[in-house]
Design a protein around this ligand. Structure first.
Ligand code: ADP
Ligand code: MG
Length: 233
């Protein structure tokens, strides 16, 4: 089991007011699963992904990630876990604009202490895997949205994390680029990658093999998604 959440609550404080964003979340995700999280705006999707990604801590409840009991670990250990175990993909890509595609993908490898030559080789290999072998030296602001998201996916894969987390990865893309990115996620899934992806697009959620619905901070459905035919380019 890769992810296990037990009785997770998250309560934000907004001034004097308590905002319960997650209420009694119980969730298990096995290695190799492709899970979509859906729900209306404000239902708690990002809060849940942030907890799973060790970017924030639950108010109460227990969380195990890949065997580690996250609750008991100090912040410094969580940073290490994030770097080694999780690749993040965001709606707005979060690339460094004045760096090339290659440099953006090299960055997490540099932080991991990989030699410069090995960084470049690995970054080139990953960018080829996402179909950007002819854009290695483009600055990220010279790339289309879909291409920028491919760079972000290559970067997320740099340290071969067991878990990919994506928050609305197609939310800023035109529909064709969104389909292409989704096809890329499906390809990674078929290669064994565990993926948890937030989306508000029901058509995209259908592509995952499991669909979890949040409403007002609670899981109200957890079901196998309808398996449509593969997305064609
Ligand atoms: N930092 C915060 N402080 C206070 N309330 C927050 C904070 N972040 C989110 N919330 C509230 O928690 C609820 C869930 O938000 P969020 O997880 O962002 O939902 P979603 O991603 O599904 O749109 C919302 O009511 C939101 O207003
Ligand atoms: Mg959100």
């Amino acid at each position: 089991m890769l992810i296990q959440l037990k009785h997770i609550d998250k309560i934000y404080k907004a001034g004097q007011v308590d905002v319960p964003a997650l209420i009694d979340i119980n969730l298990q995700v096995e290695r190799g699963e492709f899970v979509a999280i859906i729900g209306q705006s404000g239902s708690g999707k990002t809060t849940l992904l942030d907890i799973v990604g060790c970017l924030s801590r639950p108010t109460s409840g227990e969380y195990w990630l890949d065997g580690d009991h996250v609750n008991s670990l100090p912040d410094a250990s969580l940073t290490g876990i994030r770097n080694r175990k999780i690749g993040f993909i965001f709606q707005t890509f979060h690339l460094l604009a004045r760096k090339t595609a290659l440099e953006n993908v090299q960055l997490p490898l540099m932080y991991a202490g990989v030699s410069r030559k090995a960084q470049q080789d690995k970054a080139r290999e990953l960018l080829t895997r996402v179909g950007l072998q002819d854009r290695l030296l483009h600055y990220s602001n010279q790339l289309s949205g879909g291409q920028q998201q491919r760079v972000a996916i290559a970067r997320a894969l740099a340290n071969s994390p067991p878990l990919l987390l994506a928050d609305e990865p197609t939310g800023n893309l035109d529909s064709q680029s969104g389909k292409d990115i989704l096809a890329l996620f499906e390809q990674l899934h078929h290669q064994g990658q565990t993926i948890v992806m937030i989306t508000h697009d029901p058509l995209i959620a259908e592509r995952a093999e499991r669909r979890i619905t949040l409403s007002d901070g609670r899981i109200v459905a957890d079901e196998p998604a309808y398996q449509a035919a593969p997305v064609l380019g």
